[in-house]
Write a protein that binds this ligand. Sequence first.
Ligand SMILES: Nc1ncnc2c1ncn2[C@@H]1O[C@H](COP(=O)(O)OP(=O)(O)OP(=O)(O)O)[C@@H](O)[C@H]1O
Length: 264
Amino acid sequence: MRSQSWRMGPAWLRACPVTWRRIVGCEACISGWMPRRPWTENERGRCGPMTTQLEIDRFSAGYGRIMVCRDVQLTIERGEVVAVLGANGAGKSTFLQGLAGLNDSQGTIRLDGTSIEGLNAAARARAGLAFVPEQRGNVFPHMTVLENLAIAGGKGASGATRELIDEVFPALEKYRTRQAGLLSGGEQQMLAIAMALMSEPAMMLLDEPSQGLAPTLLRSIAASLARLKQGGITMLVAEQNRWFAGEIADRALLVGGGRLTPEE
Ligand SMILES: Nc1ncnc2c1ncn2[C@@H]1O[C@H](COP(=O)(O)OP(=O)(O)OP(=O)(O)O)[C@@H](O)[C@H]1O
């Protein structure tokens, strides 16, 4: 959907200098999340530079010599949200973990035009690929919400990032001094996503964020991710829940038989 604001004003106003963003910007730049740079309309009608975020070519991922996903070719534009759908055991997690450098993989991966396939998981994370795993417990249970965020933030996230997290996950704001282990499963999932955001990643890889959530929390996390999408965050989301994927994704790919194919 094309943002209404793009239809306003003369063509020369279709830039996004920060001082004008509340007048002429689209939802993505109003969040303040996107970096300052010359803007153009991209294919999806959102405000943002027309740049490729992730490029994968002849990419395979698996365990030892067994490649679960084979010969994947995929391009994801900046600000795009792509869902990877498939049944249990189809290879969704293996694909995401392969991109994050957590299993055995081969092929080309370019993040913002820079090749990262030779890097280990920590270096890929530093390069801007934030992985949020499927299992709960990827928070430090004996530390408070604030301490978890501080650890994830390293040298310190920007004010805009902290504001975005507070806005998208108000429950975390409410429980900031509570131990993470005392949060509900859904709140721990929110914290895990917020921790990934604290590193201000170029792109997030989310492995089944809907898993095990009650319907109310499911809607809440879907709304949070949709808000992050409005903020221009690029995401690759492995999912089994088609409703959830449909709420947040621009397009979907199906995993099956070791291949990734566009969903019709
Ligand atoms: N560490 C591992 N070593 C060897 N094989 C594995 C390992 N982890 C997963 N597999 C196998 O890889 C295949 C794909 O598993 P994967 O977890 O990627 O599927 P999935 O689509 O994410 O499933 P689910 O939705 O149930 O999490 C399965 O056959 C699984 O048994």
